[in-house]
Design a protein around this ligand. Structure first.
Ligand code: PAF
Length: 278
């Protein structure tokens, strides 16, 4: 496994590779990331993983400074998982000049997570395009937990004609159902016990939708109320079309239930796909 921190060396190393599968990450790797690396293994001969905590996607009062940085442990996990190249650039390598040119994501970027994290998806789309240009993969793998991010990356690739196939990895969960996330490490033991309720609340909505309930906003409000009663601060619970991410209508069949809520200072997100009962 090669650990590379400059774009020049990365390009040199990848020059002759015709089958690159890429997993962009911000490090602090857990089983969810390793699943993405394994998927990448199935889709490319050379697996490249990037580790870069991207300042452009953090708001002024967010957790950029405290975001967990665990490079040594990450490298050990990636070696075991069979990554070929780990790209670990510093901030200057990715942003040698002020990034005055950014990718304007589609309007959906202002909804859901974007409503409380303005500019977040501009930062994600911009760094994703830059990393795609640096690595030039044939395949890139993203997790479904960040369903809105996955959607925006697919739009980036589609609308900017990038020759990259996007593969989606299933969410990997703790035994109690909590979606694995680097931010779970911020939770104290009580919050950690409570955290699985977000997943359970989404499951309740899925169950109702699959059993034929169609008053989506009532289901959303019930889930929000339930979480508030248990001390959560809820950003949103939303039933959406899985194909357009627009609010679900009676005509939609493939749906996704998305949620974001806070336990103390820690903001957790999750999503579950489901099919409307016919
Ligand atoms: O999902 C993440 O870890 C990040 O948003 C990504 C895609 C690596 C871009 O910084």
């Amino acid at each position: 496994m090669h650990i590379i921190s400059t774009v020049a060396e990365l390009r040199q190393r990848l020059k002759k590779q015709k089958s690159i599968a890429f997993v962009p990450t911000m490090g602090n790797l857990h089983a969810g990331h390793i699943h993405l690396v394994e998927l990448a293994r199935q889709h490319g001969q050379c697996v490249v993983v990037s580790i870069f905590v991207n300042p452009l996607q953090f708001g002024a009062h967010e957790d950029l400074a405290s975001y967990p940085r665990t490079l040594e442990a990450d490298l050990a996990k990636l070696k075991l998982a069979g990554a070929d190249i780990v790209f670990t650039p510093n901030e200057h390598e990715i942003y040698p000049v002020p990034q005055t040119l950014t990718v304007e994501p589609p309007a959906i970027a202002n909804e859901l997570c974007g409503a409380s994290r303005p500019d977040h998806f501009r930062g994600v789309a911009t760094v994703a395009l830059k990393l795609f240009n640096m690595v030039q993969p044939q395949v890139a793998v993203f997790g479904k937990k960040d369903f809105q991010q996955l959607f925006i990356i697919r739009e980036l690739v589609r609308q900017l004609n990038l020759p990259i196939e996007i593969i989606a990895g299933e969410t990997v969960r703790e035994p109690d159902g909590l979606a694995m996330s680097s931010r779970n490490g911020y939770l104290n033991p009580l919050q950690r016990m409570e955290a699985q309720r977000l997943h359970r609340a989404l499951q309740q909505v899925v169950k109702a939708v699959e059993s034929g309930q169609r008053d989506f906003s009532a289901l959303e409000s019930q889930a929000v109320q339930h979480l508030i009663q248990h001390g959560w601060v809820v950003d949103y619970i939303s039933v959406r079309s899985a194909t357009s991410l627009a609010p679900a209508t009676l005509d939609d069949h493939d749906l996704v239930v998305l949620g974001a809520a806070r336990q103390g200072q820690t903001r957790l997100i999750d999503s579950l796909e489901c099919c409307a009962a016919t």
